[in-house]
Design a protein around this ligand. Structure first.
Ligand SMILES: Cc1cc2nc3c(=O)[nH]c(=O)nc-3n(C[C@H](O)[C@H](O)[C@H](O)COP(=O)(O)O)c2cc1C
Length: 196
């Protein structure tokens, strides 16, 4: 089984989120099927002690363990997709908690990355990956008065999985929006690379 596009989304605004609208528009242009992992609509369960012990102490876990099983399912979604799109809001200068929990399920030592003397080595095959970041305010322009920890953090996570060159696109200033949604989407599409 392969997936054309896996859309991982974490906005509490769900289908009304501009980032989700943009992601769906891009995915439908790509063709192929789309699987949506909506982390706001279906939140993941918190990590359990036996899962944490398995990762840190290498305590063996039975394959029937629910947390391990969920981790496997989420990783397999990544493994089987041709393209990955992550549509995420910025929450308090970083990624929302729902997306961070997904990271803690998929970035798993000895499964999706291996420790090595030169640093962590990704074990997943590389694939085109787009991250759409929506924010109420600005973080790139002269008028920005806030840091952006989301991009460097998520970029490092994706690199550590084996995704070498994720592309980031930004929808900024969504609170008290000055432009029409269609204009913002068109501006974001205009700066996308050839893969999209
Ligand atoms: C808990 C919370 C924290 C937020 N933190 C930030 C922030 O640090 N910087 C910012 O520019 N906007 C922040 N916002 C505003 C969202 O980024 C904004 O509503 C954006 O439109 C969300 O995108 P979405 O429509 O895809 O959910 C925050 C919103 C919430 C609910």
């Amino acid at each position: 089984m392969t997936i054309g596009t896996l859309l991982v989304t974490a906005s509490p605004h769900r289908d009304e989120a501009l980032g989700n609208r943009l992601a769906r528009q891009i995915a439908s242009r790509m063709g192929g099927d789309m699987v949506v992992r909506d982390l706001a609509a279906e939140p993941l369960a918190p990590l359990t002690m036996d899962y944490a012990r398995a990762l840190t102490l290498r305590d063996p876990l039975p394959r029937s363990n629910a947390t391990l099983g969920l981790s496997e399912r989420l990783i397999e979604e990544l493994e089987f997709t041709d393209r990955l799109i992550i549509a995420t809001p910025m929450h308090n200068f970083g990624m929302p908690a729902a997306l961070k929990l997904w990271v803690d399920y998929v970035l798993r030592i000895h499964r999706t990355f291996a420790p090595a003397p030169q640093g962590k080595v990704g074990l997943l095959a590389d694939r085109p990956t787009l991250v759409i970041v929506s924010s109420g305010g600005f973080h790139r322009t002269g008028e920005s008065k806030q840091p952006n920890f989301l991009t460097p953090h998520l970029e490092s996570v994706l690199n550590t999985l084996g995704i070498r060159a994720p592309e980031f696109v930004y929808l900024e200033g969504l609170v008290g929006r000055r432009s029409a949604p269609e204009t913002m989407i068109a501006e974001a599409v205009a700066v996308l690379g050839d893969a999209w």
